[in-house]
Design a binder for this molecule. Structure first.
Ligand code: ATP
Length: 255
């Protein structure tokens, strides 16, 4: 797909200002520009999906939004979260503002227990009584984590670690959750469960930015989506519109 034409009209803005606004974002690794001026936005309560194949720049996009220090000096453009500029902010400040990241490959702390991983997710909170209650809530939402509360996270299966990574992100009571390819390396049944959880979070009114290679499943739960190809956004539209777009079908849905 080499077009820069929009699939449909520009995404419809929901009420008010976007929660997250990314404008003309450019990022380099060394001399190589891997994000070439991308712009997108996420409004409160939306599930926004960025689909793209290997190496398109999905992970770099999320790492930049969360303020990964090694990228900082090469970042150009503007990132605004709830009206505040965050493109020069440190990761802990960005986390305090209410962004939580479910990283590629889960990245749970393998030598810590499930409970300690969850506590680490809430490390910036000071409402200690509520933190304990949230751990119980996570155990209810993800019963397997409740059963394995005292086990080392490294002993969990890939799917269980993905649940833990999601629960850990929820422990910070985020305003926006960023998911980096949560389906990666998981069996189809587990992938289905992961997407069901994201859908549940959406129903609860959470705001979600999801980057994925599994275009069909991701667009199926998206309010809006963008297609990222070698560092450029080439298409955008509602999830439904993108699912029906011939260029998306051909490139990502095996049509
Ligand atoms: P994947 O699905 O494989 O994770 P992606 O869409 O998330 O792909 P990125 O990981 O953001 O893509 O990578 C974008 C480009 O930047 C790729 O060409 C990749 O090889 C390159 N890249 C990523 N990380 C680095 C790095 N630390 N140093 C140099 N180049 C990098």
């Amino acid at each position: 797909m080499a077009t820069t034409e929009k699939a449909v009209a520009e995404p419809q803005a929901t009420n008010g200002q976007p929660m997250l606004k990314v404008e003309d974002l450019r990022v380099q690794y060394g001399n190589v520009e891997v994000l070439k001026g991308i712009s997108f936005e996420v409004h409160a309560g939306e599930v926004v999906v960025i689909i793209g194949s290997n190496g398109a720049g999905k992970t770099t996009t999320l790492k930049t939004v969360t303020g990964l220090p090694e990228l900082l000096k090469s970042v150009r453009g503007k990132i605004t979260f709830e009206g505040k500029r965050i493109d020069r902010a440190k990761p802990d400040k960005i986390a305090r503002l209410g962004l939580a990241h479910v990283p590629e490959g889960r990245q749970v702390f393998p030598d810590q227990t499930v409970k300690d991983n969850l506590l680490l997710g809430g490390y910036q909170r000071r409402d200690y009584m509520e933190i304990g209650r949230d751990i119980d809530r996570m155990a209810e939402r993800f019963p397997i984590l409740g059963e394995r509360r005292t086990q080392l996270a490294g002993l969990l299966s890939g799917g269980e670690q993905q649940m833990l990574a999601i629960a850990r992100a929820l422990m910070s009571r985020p305003r926006l959750i960023l998911f980096d390819e949560p389906s990666m390396g998981l069996a189809p049944l587990i992938v289905k469960q992961v997407f069901e959880i994201i859908e549940e979070l959406k129903k609860e009114g959470k705001t979600i930015l999801l980057v994925e290679q599994m275009a069909f499943q991701a667009l199926g739960i998206a309010d809006r989506g963008y297609v990222l190809e070698t560092g450029e956004i080439t298409l955008s539209g509602t999830g439904k519109e993108l699912l029906q777009d011939d260029r998306v079908k051909e490139a990502y849905l095996g049509a």
